[in-house]
Design a protein around this ligand. Structure first.
Ligand SMILES: Cc1cc2nc3c(=O)[nH]c(=O)nc-3n(C[C@H](O)[C@H](O)[C@H](O)COP(=O)(O)OP(=O)(O)OC[C@H]3O[C@@H](n4cnc5c(N)ncnc54)[C@H](O)[C@@H]3O)c2cc1C
Length: 397
């Protein structure tokens, strides 16, 4: 009889795992807490490992948005812009898109009438998990019908993100696994290009403990990301969010930054959250396995979370196919293959954070110096362009 898995979460990790499981001959059911599938989302870049995993998973409809004609600009303290090193200049040829592009391509495959079609139940979440020797019993709550029922599976995949319910039910409370980075993020799409910038231009304005990023993309308006350090994380979730952010970025008095903050006031598609990493010694028990942010959240500073979520799903299918009658061996092999990659990128995230948002004044100075040198050395940035860019650009030009 076909083995049956419950996947909790219809994000990148959950849908990737569904394709992997289908490929290994399993039946998969996805439950998603939200009442429908989300779209849109913030900028993400996929590293080559992620593009390879996307290929493995057959994501032939994946829409990419590399800004062919854009320049990344950095605002200095006086509000002058200079060419800068952006996400897409990172070594390893990243590819730009928004999270919704990855999810749309995954959905094309796993939607009930898709090539790797699975059953998807919205407004449904697990409230209890009990593992036995031969199966795992899950109590599922359907919020739309206000009903609970018990169902039996061979495997539960917890792909329910940073604050995973599956992790809490099967492994323990969040505090045991979530490390706090004393930083906040606010990511949202802009309604249009930044005034006085090109349609595909990107922008960064970074000071000690806070940064504004705008990511220019092909085929759509840019997305914005505000990030700042905060000692009292709980307090950040109280009061008016826009006013709080206006106060944090008060001294970055530039039309582009004001434009971003005005757009924040009008947006409905906004992710505002604290920054954490999830650190666990083990990602699986007998019949429960965690994947994606639920298992290893690398966080936004790493820029590798989507890549890792795709790779995790593709690899899960591979190990299950390699160990058809031995779940324990399959899950052990899966962890063994993924852990070195995850550990490396969890460590690198601290370093990347300094480039993304320098945490202190000294790192802000070092960052600025290193970036000036990097921009100078980067191929494709000519001396004439640098000189031109070094001249102040008046506001509104
Ligand atoms: C601002 C920002 C920028 C980023 N930039 C990049 C980047 O450039 N490159 C990159 O590779 N990564 C990036 N990442 C990371 C990447 O977005 C995540 O690592 C990835 O999306 C995680 O996917 P996931 O499926 O594990 O979790 P999620 O995307 O969190 O999905 C979890 C799903 O589970 C559902 N769910 C939650 N709880 C339950 C429950 N109890 N029951 C049922 N369903 C539930 C949620 O509704 C959601 O649909 C960025 C992240 C952020 C926040």
């Amino acid at each position: 009889m076909q083995k049956r898995a419950l996947i909790v979460g219809l994000g990148v990790a959950g849908m990737s795992a569904a394709i992997g499981l289908r490929r290994a001959g399993w039946t998969a059911v996805i439950v998603e807490r939200a009442p429908g599938r989300r779209t849109g989302g913030y900028f993400v870049n996929l590293m080559p490992e992620g593009m390879r995993a996307a290929q493995d998973l057959g994501l032939d409809t994946l829409h990419t948005r590399d800004p062919e004609r854009g320049t990344t600009w950095e605002l200095n303290r006086r509000g002058h812009r200079r060419p800068a090193v952006g996400w897409l200049d990172l070594p390893g040829r990243p590819t730009a898109m928004v999270r919704g592009d990855v999810e749309a391509a995954l959905w094309q495959r796993i939607r009930p009438d898709g090539e790797d079609g699975v059953e998807v139940r919205f407004a449904t979440a697990p409230v209890g998990i009990a593992e036995g020797d031969t199966s795992v019993e899950v109590v599922l709550e359907d919020a739309s019908a206000g009903r609970r029922h018990r169902e039996s599976f061979d495997l539960v995949v917890g792909a329910d993100g940073l604050r995973s319910t599956v992790r809490r039910l099967a492994f323990g409370p969040d505090e045991r696994f979530m490390t706090t980075w004393n930083a906040m993020i606010c990511a949202f799409p802009l309604p249009g290009r930044l005034p006085s910038f090109g349609a595909q231009d990107s922008l960064v304005s970074a000071r000690a403990g806070r940064a504004v990023w705008v990511f220019g993309l092909a085929d759509r308006a840019p997305t914005a990301l505000l990030t700042y350090r905060a000692k009292d994380i709980g307090a950040q979730f109280t009061g008016n969010r826009t006013e709080r952010l206006r106060a944090v970025f008060d001294d970055m008095d530039h039309p582009a930054v004001r434009h971003v903050l005005d757009a924040l006031a009008g947006t409905t598609d906004c992710l505002f959250d604290s920054v954490h990493q999830v650190r666990m010694d083990r990602w699986h028990t007998g019949r429960v396995v965690l994947a994606g942010d639920a298992a290893w959240c690398l966080n936004l500073f790493s820029g590798m979370g989507t890549t890792a979520a795709l790779a995790g799903g593709a690899e899960l299918g591979r190990v299950l196919a390699e160990h058809p009658g031995d779940l324990a061996a399959a899950l052990t092999a899966w962890e063994g293959r993924l852990r070195p990659f995850v550990t490396t990128h969890q460590r690198l995230a601290r370093l990347k954070q300094q480039w993304f948002m320098p945490t202190h004044r000294v790192s802000a100075v070092v960052r600025a110096l290193v970036l000036r040198l990097a921009v100078g050395a980067r191929s494709g940035v000519t001396e004439a362009r640098l000189l031109r860019a070094a001249a102040p650009v008046p506001d509104g030009a």
